[in-house]
Design a protein around this ligand. Structure first.
Ligand code: HEC
Ligand code: HEC
Length: 298
């Protein structure tokens, strides 16, 4: 706060409290010309409803006094009066740091037993895999599902079909750096007959029927345009996250309509990076869990 606003805030607070105190004293004093305490004021409503001049009950008035004393004590101990820090030196940032330190220490104790062990070793340890599973439920299940089987646009981590590779290093890299797969849009660059042929070609790639005549235009387009990323045989490319199109596992869907949509409008998927969010041991534990889903215990 600038010195100007500091003075404004202090003035407002002090004036407010002093104003309340003054109001309390002023209203408690008898005013000249008033009827005596306990007597009728002479105001009558509805024939028999009469007003008396009775003071506020003492306990009630004391409540007001207590709030004023509380405000003064509070402002002396805690920050509130402009830039004054308060005698206890409390700050919300300080309280946060203190709590964070406690959580961090608890976390450290929990993961200490797994520090410095590589992913293959962790995978062989059921305790490590179970802990990785808990981390998965907290951090990953929202997108990949509680059973890690994914959904449209979110890869299944329980099969052996990998966009970016299924080695321990590759899975660890996916988690640490995050991933961003981008399929370009071909809207306006492809004529309708070629598009239809291409869709049929891609759809049936996994059935190994790509020699048929109806796929000729599509096959030509594929090798000229798509093979750069998806490979000549459509096996995909783990460097780019380009999916394997020659199997029957689909990220976005394998129906003719969905493939058409993918080609025309492109796709963009984002896996967030956890390098700054989770510690190294946590990411290794997660990798061990993810690997345990698709491969049997070594
Ligand atoms: C916001 C949603 C989201 C969250 C949260 C998320 N992921 Fe992902 N993840 C994705 C998407 C989308 C992809 C596919 C990225 C692509 O196609 O480029 C992906 C890809 C992956 C891959 C690569 C899969 C492959 O086939 O190569 C792994 C491994 C992975 N995620 C693990 C995790 C783990 C472990 C966590 C938790 C720490 C996690 N993800 C949290 C959305 C998410
Ligand atoms: C620049 C590289 C690149 C080119 C060129 C490219 N793709 Fe892709 N394609 C990708 C990537 C990366 C993805 C995954 C997108 C994601 O992660 O959501 C993808 C996804 C797809 C999918 C969705 C697969 C699924 O499992 O749901 C289809 C189908 C597809 N591409 C077909 C094609 C066809 C047909 C062509 C040629 C017209 C083509 N791609 C050209 C990179 C490319």
């Amino acid at each position: 706060m600038t010195p100007f606003w500091n003075v404004v805030v202090i003035t407002l607070i002090v004036a407010n409290i002093a104003g309340c105190l003054w109001l309390l004293i002023w209203t408690a004093r008898p005013t000249p010309g008033e009827v005596t305490e306990g007597a009728e004021t002479g105001h009558v409503w509805d024939d028999d409803l009469r007003e008396y001049n009775n003071p506020l009950p003492r306990w009630w008035r004391n409540l007001f006094v207590i709030t004023i004393v509380f405000a003064a004590v509070y402002l002396a101990l805690y920050p509130g009066l402009g830039n004054q820090p308060g005698r206890l030196g409390w700050t919300s940032a300080g309280e946060h740091d203190q709590r964070a330190a406690v959580t961090l220490a608890q976390r450290h104790a929990l993961y200490q037993a797994f520090d410095g062990r590589d992913i293959a070793e962790l995978r062989a340890d059921p305790k490590a895999v179970a802990l990785g599973g808990k981390l998965f439920q907290t951090n990953c299940a929202g997108c990949h599902g509680v059973d890690a089987r994914g959904a449209k646009g979110f890869p299944n981590l329980g099969d052996r079909d990998w966009l970016y590779g299924g080695s321990a290093e590759q899975v660890y890299a996916s988690i640490t750096q995050g991933r961003g797969g981008q399929m370009p849009s071909f809207f306006g660059t492809i004529d309708e007959p070629t598009l239809q042929s291409l869709v049929a070609y891609v759809r049936d790639l996994h059935q190994g029927q790509h020699e048929a005549m109806e796929y000729a235009a599509g096959a030509k387009k594929f090798s000229g345009t798509c093979a750069a990323c998806h490979g000549a045989e459509g096996h995909g490319n783990t460097m780019l996250g380009a999916p394997n199109l020659s199997d029957d596992t689909w990220l976005h869907g394998g129906s003719a309509a969905t493939i058409r949509e993918t080609i025309l409008y492109g796709r963009k998927s984002q896996m967030p990076s956890f390098g700054a969010v989770l510690g190294e041991t946590e990411r290794r534990l997660l990798s061990s869990y993810v690997l345990s889903l698709s491969e049997p215990q070594p």
